[in-house]
Ligand binder design. Structure first.
Ligand SMILES: Nc1ncnc2c1ncn2[C@@H]1O[C@H](COP(=O)(O)OP(=O)(O)OP(=O)(O)O)[C@@H](O)[C@H]1O
Length: 296
C-alpha cells in the first residue's frame, strides 16, 4: 500500500479540459488523489469524461486548466512514459502482424523494462497462438493481446479505458483475475473505467466517480460501503430523511427505498441494509439530472 510520502498514482488539482470542437469543457475543476497500490474503478455515465481523464493521465492530451500528476510526475515526462501504460478503447494494433511480431515490437519499444514472459503468459492464458495474425483475432482476443503488451511493459500504473466492454463474461472474469494477480504480485496500481458495475464489486478498492465532467467521489471502496445505508420503509417516514444526505430514492406505491449517507443515527422504523458497492455506484449515477447527451 501507499506510504505517506510516496507520490499518489494520480493527483489532480483544478483539472479541466475542453475539446476545441466544443464550447463547454469535458472536465472541469477536478481535484482528487488516487493512492498508489489501489485498483480503482473509474465510473460515470456516457460522456461523463472518463476517457478524457485517462487520456490526460496517459499524456495523450494536455490539460487546458489545472494539472494532473501520475506517480508524482507530469504524464508526458520520459519517466511517466516508461512507468505508465495506457490501454485505450481503440487498442491500436497492427492487423497484419502475428501475435509474436506484436510482442517483439513491444519488446523493442520498451527495451528497458520489457518482460517477455509476462506478455506471453497473458496471451497463452487466453488460448491465443503466437503465430495467429492479429487482424484475424476476435475483438476480445485482440483486447487480450493489447493487455499483454501493456503488462509486458511492467508498468507501475496501468490505465485501462473500458477494456472489458467487448468480452464475454467468462473472458471478463479471466482478465480481471489476471489483473488482480499482477496487481498483487508487484504493487501495480490500476485505474479501470467500466460500465460493468458487478465486475468492480470484488476487484476494486478505490472509486473515482465522474458526473458531467466533475469528480463526485474519490474514496476508498470499503469507506463508501460503510458510509452508505439502504433504507426501506413507508413513504410517511420520508420527512425523517431530511437529517441525512439522500443519494437516491425510489417509490413503489407506498413503499420508499432510499440510499442515504447517514449524518447520525437513523430514527424511525426503517428496514436497514448495508448496500453492495454496485448499488451505491448506481445510486450516485442515477442521482440528479441525466448527462446532456442522454437528455438530448
Ligand atoms: N474528440 C472529441 N472531440 C470533441 N468532443 C469530444 C471528443 N471526445 C469526447 N468528447 C466529448 O467530451 C465529453 C466527455 O467524453 P468522454 O469520452 O471522455 O466520456 P466517457 O465518460 O468516456 O464516455 P463513455 O462512457 O461514453 O465512453 C463528451 O461530451 C464527449 O462528447
Amino acid at each position: 500500500m501507499t506510504g505517506p510520502d510516496e507520490p499518489a498514482a494520480l493527483h489532480a488539482t483544478e483539472l479541466g479540459f475542453g475539446y476545441r470542437a466544443r464550447g463547454d469543457r469535458a472536465l472541469r475543476d477536478c481535484g482528487f488523489t488516487v493512492p498508489r497500490g489501489r485498483i480503482t474503478a473509474l465510473v460515470g455515465r456516457n460522456g461523463a469524461g472518463k476517457s478524457t481523464l485517462l487520456h490526460l493521465a496517459g499524456g495523450l492530451l494536455r490539460p487546458t486548466h489545472g494539472r494532473i500528476r501520475v506517480l508524482g510526475t507530469a504524464p508526458d515526462s520520459a519517466g511517466a512514459r516508461t512507468r505508465v501504460a495506457l490501454l485505450t478503447q481503440d487498442k491500436p494494433l497492427y492487423p497484419r502482424f502475428t501475435v509474436a511480431d506484436t510482442l517483439r515490437m513491444g519488446g523493442k519499444l520498451n527495451a528497458s523494462s520489457w518482460d517477455r514472459r509476462v506478455a506471453e503468459r497473458v496471451v497463452r492464458e487466453g488460448g491465443i497462438a503466437l503465430s495467429a495474425r492479429v487482424g484475424e483475432l476476435s475483438p476480445g482476443r485482440r483486447t487480450r493481446v493489447a493487455l499483454a503488451l501493456a503488462l509486458g511493459k511492467r508498468p507501475e500504473l496501468l490505465l485501462l479505458d473500458e477494456p472489458l466492454a467487448d468480452l464475454d463474461p467468462v473472458v471478463r472474469t479471466e482478465i480481471m483475475a489476471t489483473l488482480m494477480a499482477e496487481a498483487a504480485e508487484r504493487e501495480l496500481s490500476i485505474v479501470l473505467s467500466s460500465h460493468v458495475l458487478p465486475d468492480l464489486e470484488q476487484t476494486c478498492d478505490w472509486v473515482l466517480l465522474l458526473r458531467a465532467g466533475r469528480v463526485e467521489l474519490s474514496e476508498d471502496a470499503d469507506a463508501l460501503r460503510e458510509g452508505h445505508t439502504l433504507l426501506t420503509g413507508h413513504v410517511d417516514e420520508e420527512p425523517a430523511l431530511r437529517e441525512h444526505t439522500v443519494v437516491h430514492r425510489r417509490r413503489h406505491g407506498r413503499q420508499l427505498t432510499a440510499l442515504v449517507r447517514p449524518r447520525g443515527p437513523v430514527g424511525g422504523s426503517w428496514h436497514v441494509e448495508r448496500p453492495p458497492l454496485e448499488e451505491i455506484l448506481l445510486g450516485h449515477l442515477q442521482d440528479g439530472a441525466a448527462p446532456k447527451e442522454a437528455a438530448a
